[in-house]
Design a protein around this ligand. Structure first.
Ligand code: SF4
Ligand code: SF4
Length: 714
């Protein structure tokens, strides 16, 4: 017993010191971040998030096999915490049991059940890792660039925890020290194997396996705090302080410290975006440290999947590694510190401090930036802000916020951005639309309609129910104009009263904001909010998914709160209410159609069903889904202001998406956003190059399909 107690306590003290020191360092690193505003968790939503995301493992379970394996490992850890208490108790009292519940057979059963479940989960993880081995699968593997050696070591350590546990429990049964008379089926099985060795051998095995079990647990604890498995402790914290319901939809206003920047009179010390790692908030640092390197984000990222250097996983890992490597320099006082304070800082940390946050990188063999800039400009500007990474991330990391914050610094402080954005910014500043068209042409689309479209002049009249937000694409882009006309016709047919702002509309500023030009966004948005409030707008319908998102989710940040719907939602409602009745088969016959989810309608706003219901209501149409649809929809390549930038690296995102759509065998691709429409139409043009236009797959807005079916019935 003395050996047990002495060795057990010595191991615990040693591990405690190592772990405690590491946790203190991690805390100090997190403190190098800026303060963050608006993250005080609301107790109810926080409890709900912890219950659903942490205890229920919701996001993990969306990938059934690895999700189930993780579920059982997670719950295995929780239930097996009881066995740790029992092991410590057994150091002092050989037949120790936890008071009250410690001899209940059901507890013994649960402990053994989860021990076995963890073993099965480990076998599953092993199979998944072998199948997705980055050495053979290359970039296609979601583990490409992850620290796979550490991951294997962790699996091995967990295996050691379980087998030592079962052996010491089995020996305990044979020595008469086991607290459970029945239920612990796996321990009983091991006991039967060990029984022939006799009681004294089982005595020794019990002590050795008990100490081994504790040693492995403590070793595992040390490994956890020094590896990506830190997420075991950090994930619940990161989820606690995450944006709710998630970091999709609106972008956050620009904060300096805990207050939003006042662009009309910015403070002298205001930090504009993130230009160095210490500009990130502590929540940002927590995000970086929480990454599990699972690669779910990477597997869905349109940039990564088309050969660009951007992987959301590698981006987050790179920021984490940089934050940790630069930490000794920052903790010694950073830029403002004198030489004496920096004397003890390792050279490696000083060298790391010299790396620009954004700058041309030197690449490692796994696509990671090993020198030069921490984030390469090609990484930063490849993001379409599609949200697939945020949607997938099981620990609620907020990739888009970090990317846009770095873009903000590049645009507003460094003036470093893709040259094509110059034209966009100039057009938005001078003409209020990305195309640089005159405001007087905003109503051209209405000229061909057989009825007059009302233009708001002063306050919106009482008999007008909806303000139809046309958007710049809807007003100026030829293909999008057809959608605008179709929606106007449908509303007219349904007897819904609506009006437009005409020349009173300005670009909502989505592209300006997502390209990092927050100043320009604020200018455009304030102008629009002023106009909308002046005319007394209450209910707005928009055909552009980007306008829809900005009006609905971002204008409240500037004092513009309206009921905003997407045209597919309103049209679907009108069909349900029988105000529109689709009767004629579209194009007169049986057609198969596929639907492309716009990221800013789907993932960012969770509008998945209305467009599908609409298509489903059209006679003669059969909807066939692409493999990547709804939450896992694949971007068209236009979001995040990518619409206005050249795509020089890898395969074009729109080509990849169009090929997927065409592979369904559909004769038409339905869309619900003018940006998607442009990108997918261009994609069809290049994928089906050389084909007669009539034989090419058609790209149509859902509203046009509905109009075809409805008008023929009138
Ligand atoms: S938002 Fe989309 S494009 Fe950007 S990193 Fe995430 S998955 Fe990739
Ligand atoms: S960012 Fe999230 S989804 Fe991506 S690898 Fe890290 S934990 Fe996984």
């Amino acid at each position: 017993m003395v050996i047990r107690v002495v060795l057990g306590l010595l191991l615990t003290i040693a591990a405690g010191l190592i772990v405690g020191r590491r946790l203190l360092t991690l805390y100090r690193i997190a403190r190098t971040g800026q303060p963050v505003g608006g993250r005080t968790p609301d107790p109810r939503t926080a409890a709900q998030a912890e219950a659903v995301e942490v205890l229920g493992q919701r996001k993990l379970l969306t990938w059934s096999l690895p999700g189930a394996a993780h579920f059982f490992t997670f719950w295995g850890f929780n239930v097996l915490a009881l066995t740790i208490i029992e092991a410590y108790g057994a150091l002092f009292v050989r037949d120790f049991h936890i008071p009250i519940i410690g001899a209940w057979p059901v507890v013994g059963f649960l402990e053994d059940f989860f021990a076995v479940a963890v073993l099965v989960a480990l076998a599953t993880f092993t199979a998944i890792r072998v199948k997705n081995n980055p050495k053979t699968e290359g970039r296609r593997s979601r583990f490409f660039g992850s620290h796979t050696g550490a991951a294997w070591l962790v699996l091995f350590m967990i295996f050691n925890v379980v087998w030592t546990l079962l052996v010491y429990r089995g020996a305990q049964i044979n020595t008469g020290n086991f607290p459970y008379s029945s239920g612990a089926f796996a321990s009983e099985f091991v006991a039967r194997l060990l029984a022939p060795l006799g009681t004294s051998a089982n005595d020794v095995i019990e002590t050795v396996a008990l100490l081994l079990n504790l040693a492995v647990i403590l070793g595992f604890l040390v490994l956890v705090v020094y590896s990506k498995h830190l997420h075991i402790f950090l994930a619940p914290l990161n989820i606690l302080f995450s944006r709710r319901p998630n970091a999709l939809g609106p972008l956050l206003p620009m904060y300096s410290g805990t207050t939003p920047i006042n662009f009309e009179d910015p403070g002298e010390d205001d930090i504009f975006g993130r230009g160095k790692i210490e500009d990130f908030t502590w929540k940002g640092i927590l995000d970086f440290a929480t990454c599990t390197e699972c690669g779910r984000c990477q597997s869905q990222c349109p940039a990564w999947n088309t050969g660009k250097p951007l992987s959301p996983k590698l981006l987050i890992m790179g920021l984490r590694d940089h934050a940790f490597a630069k930490a000794p320099y920052l903790l010694a006082g950073g830029e403002g510190a004198d030489e004496a304070a920096l004397a003890g800082v390792p050279d490696a940390a000083k060298a790391e401090a010299q790396r620009p946050l954004v700058g041309t990188s030197e690449w490692g063999e796994h696509g990671e930036a090993v020198g030069g800039g921490v984030v390469d400009p090609d990484v930063l500007w490849s993001c379409t802000t599609c949200g697939a990474c945020v949607e997938q991330c099981p620990v609620d990391i907020e990739h888009i916020d970090h990317i846009v914050d770095m873009r903000r610094y590049q645009v507003m402080i460094e003036s470093e951005f893709p040259a094509e954005l110059n034209g966009l910014f100039k057009n938005l500043e001078t003409k209020g639309n990305p195309w640089g068209m005159n405001a007087s042409a905003r109503m051209d689309w209405a000229a061909e309609l057989p009825f007059e479209v009302r233009v708001v002049d002063g306050a919106i009249p009482d008999d007008v129910e909806w303000l139809f937000w046309v958007g710049c694409a809807g007003a100026y882009e030829d293909r999008a104009k057809k959608t605008t006309q179709a929606v106007a016709e449908l509303l007219h047919l349904a007897g819904v009263s609506f009006a437009v702002l005409g020349e009173g509309e300005t670009c909502t500023g989505d592209s300006a904001r997502r390209s990092g030009n927050e100043f320009l966004f604020q200018m455009l948005a304030q102008q629009n909010v002023e106009v909308l409030n002046e005319v007394g707008a209450k209910k707005i319908v928009a055909t552009c998914a980007h306008c829809f998102n900005t009006l609905k989710n971002e204008y409240p940040q500037l004092g513009g709160t309206f009921e905003v719907v997407h045209h597919t939602q309103l049209l679907n409602r009108l069909v349900r209410e029988k105000k529109l009745t689709p009767v004629s088969p579209v194009d007169g016959g049986q057609r198969t159609i596929t639907y492309h989810d716009p990221c800013y309608l789907g993932r960012h706003n969770k509008v998945y069903s209305p467009p599908r219901e609409l298509v489903g209501a059209l006679p003669g149409l059969t909807l066939t889904e692409m493999p990547r649809n709804a939450e896992r929809g694949f971007c068209c390549g236009a979001g995040g202001a990518r619409m206005w930038m050249e795509e020089k690296i890898g395969k074009r995102v729109n080509t990849e998406r169009t090929e997927e759509a065409i592979a369904t065998g559909a004769s038409a691709i339905a869309v619900g956003c003018p940006f998607c429409r442009v990108m997918i139409s261009d994609g069809v043009g290049s994928v089906q190059q050389g084909m007669e236009a009539a034989d090419q797959v058609q790209v149509l807005d859902v509203a046009q399909l509905l109009l075809q079916s409805v008008t023929r019935s009138h």
